[in-house]
Ligand binder design. Structure first.
Ligand code: AP5
Ligand code: ZN
Length: 209
């Protein structure tokens, strides 16, 4: 199964991708996570990307397409994958189409999570991620239940100001891809404002069709 989770910052892409990993036993490819790992490792690519990310802007297409090309060539992607946060521009979507055509594979579904801007700021500023397990929480909507889960961190780009920049980048550069995938006939639009478990149930129902 080759899947994509699509949506605005804070729409719940990472949260729902974790359920897809469990169900289908395929890797999640999050360009955001790959970039944050490169920043933590202080690589040249990471240091360059950090400037864009901290400003809430998109990292240049050439960097991102290079990351995806290398990642899709890895062995564990042969059984399928879940793209999270990629593509975000038309050139990225076109590059993915070409890459997948060369690999003789196609996208099965694009799960688009619809959440209006007014809900996004609260979601993003309340988000915490476990340093140990990588699990995504929200201090109000999805607090950690495991008492051992105390090593929670907040992302550097999760400030109110940066979220506004990320949202405008989404509307200008990424939202037009909804038409791209509608034309390909692979998109499923879900109401991402429901509770996490309800969104997951809707997602699995749409994948069973
Ligand atoms: P990235 O890491 O991809 O961030 P993003 O797209 O802004 O999305 P988020 O990770 O913020 O949100 P999410 O949809 O995963 O939501 P989550 O499940 O965590 O990218 C970061 C940056 O890297 C970009 O700004 C850019 O600079 C760069 N970048 C990455 N990819 C790039 C690309 N392809 N091209 C160019 N640049 C790129 O949930 C959010 C919160 O809400 C959590 O607290 C969660 O618990 C809560 N929540 C989730 N679902 C629900 C629900 N149903 N109800 C209530 N709360 C919920
Ligand atoms: Zn995410």
């Amino acid at each position: 199964m080759n899947l994509m989770v699509f949506g605005a910052p804070g729409a719940g892409k990472g949260t729902q991708a974790k359920f897809l990993i469990e169900k289908y036993d395929i890797p999640q490819i999050s360009t955001g996570d790959i970039l944050r790992a490169a920043i933590a490792d202080k690589t040249d690519m990471g240091m360059e990307a950090k400037n864009f990310m901290d400003a809430g802007k998109l990292v240049p297409d050439s960097t991102i397409i290079g990351i995806i090309k290398d990642r899709l060539a890895e062995d564990d992607c042969k059984k399928g994958f879940i793209l999270d946060g990629f593509p975000r521009t038309l050139p990225q979507a076109e590059a993915l189409k070409d890459l997948m055509a060369n690999m003789n594979i196609s996208l099965d579904k694009v799960i688009s999570l619809n959440v209006p801007d007014e809900l996004i700021v609260e979601r993003i500023t309340g988000r915490r991620t476990s340093k140990v397990t990588g699990k995504i929480y929200h201090m109000k909507f999805n607090p950690p239940t495991d008492e051992k889960e105390e090593d929670l961190i907040q992302r550097a780009d999760d400030t109110e100001e940066t979220v506004k920049q990320r949202l405008s980048a989404y509307h200008e550069q990424t939202a037009p891809l909804i038409d791209f995938y509608t034309n390909m006939g692979v998109i499923v639009e879900l109401d991402g404002t429901k509770e996490v478990s309800e969104v997951t149930a809707d997602m699995f129902a749409s994948l069973a069709k």
